[in-house]
Design a protein around this ligand. Structure first.
Ligand code: CP
Length: 306
């Protein structure tokens, strides 16, 4: 693989290879001394035109623990804020002789477009409402580790219910592309106003009744209500949204005993997810964060060293 642009452009072999290496990287991540020499002499640039905590810091850690040099370039504080074009920013960084650019941008398709302009490997860290492929890979990695630790098998035959603001989500698209390839069945739950266009062609079921979907779930993945991308009234009020689609303390009772709760973060506590759910023993939210470093180490390894 030269670039990681989306789950859509990955083969199943690529997916299995990334997940297998992530298992090895997970062990490294939990050693007292985390450095591997694998990417010594290579340079990774994190180029973020949108805010991030988890993705940016875990890619930086991943690069450093593989002994690569890593620098962060945020749009705020770079020449992009003086009006420099995305293409000029990318070709400028590329001309410095770097090896990979991890890019987040509000434009859907922007990372694939950038791949045509630079010599470096491009890694999609979230492009608009299109894809967030490393998020889906880390979600799968976290689920697989949980199932294995609890003798629950693999993703084969599992029911993953993804709930929330699917219209503005890039995570849902990547997960809807990835999880069925790993044997899971995906049900999307959202109000009709928050479903993405074209969703009827996806390999998923669609439901508008969270209470009906919860009892069958092995994993409930709550997605953030993206207030910053909402220009119109997609639901009557936040209180109404929580009543219909929030994972409230009362709704926890509807889950099967073995079911777990996931959320890619950041969380809107009290809106799509209650603290009772986010902080419960069922929550794998922090396991997802941990999986993010292992998966991103694996991605850097496969793009730059394998
Ligand atoms: N899940 C996710 O992408 O989080 P950040 O926006 O903090 O990177």
């Amino acid at each position: 693989m030269k670039h990681l642009l989306g789950i859509e452009s990955m083969s199943l072999d690529d997916i299995h290879a990334i997940l297998a290496t992530a298992e090895e990287m997970h062990d490294v991540q939990h050693r007292p001394v985390k450095k591997l020499p694998t990417l010594r002499g290579r340079t990774v640039v994190n180029l973020f035109f949108e805010d991030s905590t988890r993705t940016r810091s875990s890619f930086e850690l991943a690069a450093k623990w593989l002994s690569a040099d890593a620098i962060n370039v945020a749009a705020k504080g770079s020449s992009a804020s003086k009006g420099e074009s995305m293409r000029d920013t990318l070709t400028t960084l590329d001309a410095m002789g770097i090896d990979a650019i991890v890019m987040r941008h509000a434009g859907s398709g922007s990372v694939a477009q950038a791949a045509g302009w630079v010599e470096a490997s491009m890694i999609n860290a979230g492009d608009g409402t299109h894809e967030h492929p490393t998020q889906a890979l880390l979600d799968a990695h976290a689920m697989l580790r949980h199932f294995r630790a609890h003798d629950l098998g693999t993703l084969e035959g599992k029911e993953v219910v993804i709930v929330g603001d699917l219209l503005h989500s890039r995570v849902v698209r990547s997960n809807a592309l990835l999880l069925p390839q790993l044997g899971a069945h995906v049900t999307l739950v959202a109000p009709p106003t928050l479903l993405p266009p074209g969703v009827s062609a996806w390999n998923v079921d669609i439901c508008h009744d969270l209470d009906a979907a919860l009892p069958d779930a092995d994993v409930v993945m709550m997605l953030r209500v993206q207030r910053e991308r909402m220009l119109g009234g997609f639901f009557p009020s936040e209180r109404e949204y929580t009543i219909r689609y929030g994972l409230t303390a009362a709704r926890l009772q509807k889950l099967a005993p073995h079911a777990v709760i996931a959320h890619p973060g950041p969380l809107n506590r009290g809106l799509e997810i209650s603290s009772a759910a986010a902080d419960s023993a069922r929550s794998i939210v922090l396991d997802q964060v941990s999986a993010g470093v292992a998966v991103r180490m694996s991605v850097l390894y496969h793009l730059l060293a394998a």
